[in-house]
Design a protein around this ligand. Sequence first.
Ligand code: SF4
Length: 344
Amino acid sequence: MQRFNFPKPENKVRKKIWPVFLPYQGCPNKCIYCSQVAQTGTEIHSLSHYYNELRERLQKAYAEDHSPLELAFYGGTFTALSNNWAYKFLELAKEYKEKKVISEVRCSTRPDALSFNMLQEYKDLGLDMVELGVQSFSEDVLAVSNRGYGSDTVIESCRLIKQAGMQLGIQLLPGLPLHDREKWFKDVSRTIGQKPSLVRIYPCLTIEGTKLAKWWKQGKYTPWSLAETLDLLTRGVLSLWRNNIKVNRIGLPPEKEMLNRVLAGPWHPALGDIVQCRILYYLILTNRLILGSSRLKMFSPRKYQGLIWGYKGMNRHKLDTIGISPRNVVYWDKDYFQLQTDSL
Ligand code: SF4
């Protein structure tokens, strides 16, 4: 009997995150694709409103003795907030970190809104991770999207975050104007080069009210199709996993407000699951080929019971053609797969 073991790389950093959305706060301009209110489902208020709201929630969590959560400031350019608001938020977070309500603190920001001194001060105030809205490393994609920085700035910001002793997150936005397959694979490889702790991938959607929507209506912009996006994400995510880089999110969460305003683009409620299912099929196929044409038995981690057969069973037929069906799959509590030739 021949046996072959193989793992499925883990996709997610499993942490409970407490997001605090600060839509457009600190942003120097409105990016062509961005619709923060639709994407986050959060109204625009003053920073003192968000601050007071957060303080109340933290106080309540403390009073109720919640288990610690990771606090995340998302939805704007946190490191460019006016009037020292980043300090005020971080001081508040530090107070509740000391009270064990918060375990870690992270923020998202633009690559051109950082300096080493600032990062060191934020680190001293308890900021653990900075997620950079990189979107792409391609100069022409960044330029046409009016991001206002180039790839050198991205690389330098990644270096500064690491130098300050913080974890680095990278957010990518495949499918912007002028982006293509080749540039996507370069983005993946340059992302791997930065060795981030995690990556988030948000394929570009055309949302009502954005400049991109205007270009789409004028025929100046064509979004990536869902099929192409799935193909490119599957390859990209597999490369990231193979380099031990976690992919924490694929696709925007299904905010009702956003779904009502998506005009075009590769939207699917289970985009991340489909990408994972495709990768899993590919891993099973490549290992199946090594064992040749003999009859097989497959052992699968119980937690991947749904994932093996794919979203709405989309892997079933493909697996059947390579001799794997529910009849010869056994679920076990180990965290790796095993394919073995069946001696019966
Ligand atoms: S993409 Fe980021 S920087 Fe641009 S407007 Fe949106 S939140 Fe601000």
